[in-house]
Design a protein around this ligand. Structure first.
Ligand SMILES: [Zn+2]
Length: 581
């Protein structure tokens, strides 16, 4: 056992949203002389702590902004952070990266423990261009604008003003006219802002092309791969993933669609027929309000694992909402003025997670809850890691942590569904979803490859590219009738926030879903304890190892082509056949 290295370089309390508070610390690091390997390790640790502190300050302003997009002060605090602090930190960070890279080479800290850190730092040094800093800021502001437009969308329904996430449950209504009415209202409301959103995206694509050019790339694809530190796989491997999905998953989806049409007794499926239970049963009602969701989820983890149960309990009971005030770690219920989606933000210094959701009482909120909890567990397993950069894994593995929880918790879903029939219905949905989600991932990934390979495209060309890709991977080209909804169909991509805020972040979900299904297979073949042990072992590595090693630590293949996809689809089909209807 080695003793844990320590640092007191950063004051216990530091408001990292103020440049004047962090500038002197950054300068101290920049100017400090490093004369030995030990001094270098201390320097790295001190830098890590400062980055954690700045990151945490930024995280809190982001969380509070997304929890209350209508609040001017919170918007301003976030805007101030991204426009005054981040652009000033970036050039200094670049100087620190250069210093760190050179010192690591000088003192031989480039392999083993330092391999990933050195490799990633070297990539960042190669990519940095001063002229890109202000463009990155503009991109973050455009994304904020997109979030604001989406967060403000509401429709009148059932005599009330409803947010878009709140409308989701009507798509599951057994009454076809109810779901058609809800679907049309939502689509119409989204179309009202379609041009505004297209303009934001046009602007983003151009800015990203400029960023890539400035760094010496022909287009944004190569830049994105390098800046995401994707050195363990290539665009060609992404295309192999697309092909494998087309070959193994599209037949699976076609079978599901055909049986859905038959079970619903319809001549044809329309876009509002895809979320409803195929047997036309009423929507599942797993919980009532965020607090109830937390209580039931606690019961699930109590049964799955004492360790995960304690982790989950440490986040509170969900009764304290509205941003980070009073040390809250959960803000779950949907309300007007919340940004869309759900996320887990792990605050690097206090090591406290924050789970953000737009829960509205649906089954998919259950999935999101256990998913985000999985991210929190991953971070908690890495709590003792001294380097902030190693306290999180690359997204391809980070999402394994969360998606595995969607599958491994399934045996205990009686906490949400005391009735066995409901529980099995939810499990079927989960298993089907774990496979039928893959074509959407391929769609979003293939779309981005197209967008950034053709940066001078027109809106019309983009719409056509979208439709082509959808014909390859969607239900649409085969069995769903979109007659009279051409405008709506062309703009479906606008709902996918990742395209705006985190370009090329999506294939990770596909790679990770295959990893999560790998854990599920371990639980089936070797038992739950073996799966949880492999989970813990690999998650505790955080990001300290290259991606293929993280998969290896769990006993999973690092492959997302034909063989792995084929094997997993077949096994899930077998499990589905065993589930009582
Ligand atoms: Zn996730």
């Amino acid at each position: 056992m080695t003793t844990m290295p320590t640092t007191d370089f950063v004051p216990q309390v530091l408001d990292g949203t103020k440049w004047e508070n962090i500038e002197p610390l950054l300068n101290t690091l920049l100017e400090r002389e490093v004369n030995s390997k030990e001094e270098l390790e201390q320097w790295i640790l001190d830098r890590s702590e400062l980055e954690a502190a700045i990151g945490e300050s930024g995280a809190n302003t982001y969380i509070d902004m997304t929890c209350d997009t209508g609040n001017e002060d919170k918007q301003a605090a976030y805007t101030s952070f991204i426009t005054t602090v981040v652009p000033k930190v970036k050039p200094v960070s670049f100087e620190l990266d250069k210093k760190m890279k050179a010192l690591c080479e000088q003192y031989g800290l480039t392999s083993d423990r330092f391999e990933v850190l050195f490799r990633d730092t070297a990539a960042d040094v190669d990519l940095f261009r001063q002229e890109n800093v202000s463009i990155e800021t503009e991109l973050a502001q455009l994304d904020q604008e997109y979030d604001k437009i989406c967060g403000a969308m509401t429709v009148e329904h059932d005599g009330e003003e409803k947010t878009m996430p709140m409308m989701g449950k009507y798509f599951e209504s057994a009454d076809r006219s109810v779901r058609e009415d809800a679907w049309r209202k939502v689509a119409k409301r989204r179309l009202e802002d379609a041009e505004k959103i297209s303009a934001i995206y046009d602007d983003m694509v151009q800015k990203r092309q400029t960023v890539a050019k400035n760094a010496g790339f022909d287009n944004f694809i190569g830049y994105a791969f390098k800046s995401k530190h994707r050195v363990d796989y290539t665009p060609e491997m992404c295309h192999a993933f697309h092909d494998a999905i087309e070959k193994h998953v599209m037949p699976f989806v076609a079978k599901l669609d055909a049986s859905r049409k038959e079970q619903l007794g319809l001549d044809e499926l329309r876009p509002w027929d895809l979320a409803v239970d195929p047997k036309n049963r009423a929507a599942l009602e797993p919980f009532n309000g965020g607090k109830d969701l937390v209580g039931k989820t606690q019961k699930v983890f109590d049964k799955l694992s004492p360790e995960l149960s304690a982790f989950f309990a440490s986040m509170g009971d969900g009764s304290n909402t509205q941003g980070t005030a009073n040390g809250a770690m959960l803000d779950l219920d949907s309300r007007k003025g919340k940004a869309p989606g759900g996320y887990l933000y792990f605050r690097d210094r206090s090591k406290l997670p924050f789970i953000f959701m737009n829960a509205a009482g649906q089954h998919r909120d259950v999935e999101t809850m256990v998913h985000e909890a999985g991210h929190a567990f991953h971070a908690m397993y890495c709590n003792d890691e001294p380097y902030v950069w190693y306290r999180s894994a690359p997204l391809e593995y980070a999402e394994v942590a969360s998606m595995s929880m969607e599958l491994l918790t399934m045996p205990y879903w009686d906490a949400y569904y005391p009735n066995e029939e409901d529980a099995n219905r939810a499990r079927r949905k989960q298993l089907e979803g774990s496979i039928s989600l893959l074509p959407w991932i391929a769609t979003i990934d293939a779309f981005q490859h197209w967008v950034y390979a053709n940066p001078t495209h027109s809106r019309e060309e983009r719409a056509n590219a979208w439709l082509d890709i959808e014909n390859r991977f969607g239900h649409q080209g085969h069995v769903v009738n979109w007659d009279g909804l051409e405008q709506e169909r062309k703009h479906v991509w606008q709902r996918q926030g990742h395209l705006f805020g985190v370009p090329f972040y999506y294939i990770e979900y596909g790679i990770a879903q295959l990893g999560a299904l790998g854990f599920y297979l371990i639980s089936l073949e070797q038992g739950e304890e073996a799966a949880l042990a492999a989970y813990k072992k690999s998650m505790a590595l955080g990001g300290s190892q290259p991606l293929p090693k993280l998969f290896e630590a769990a006993g999973l293949p690092f492959d997302f082509g034909d063989e792995t996809v084929g094997r997993l689809v077949e096994r899930v089909q077998t499990e589905l056949d065993k589930l009582p209807e």
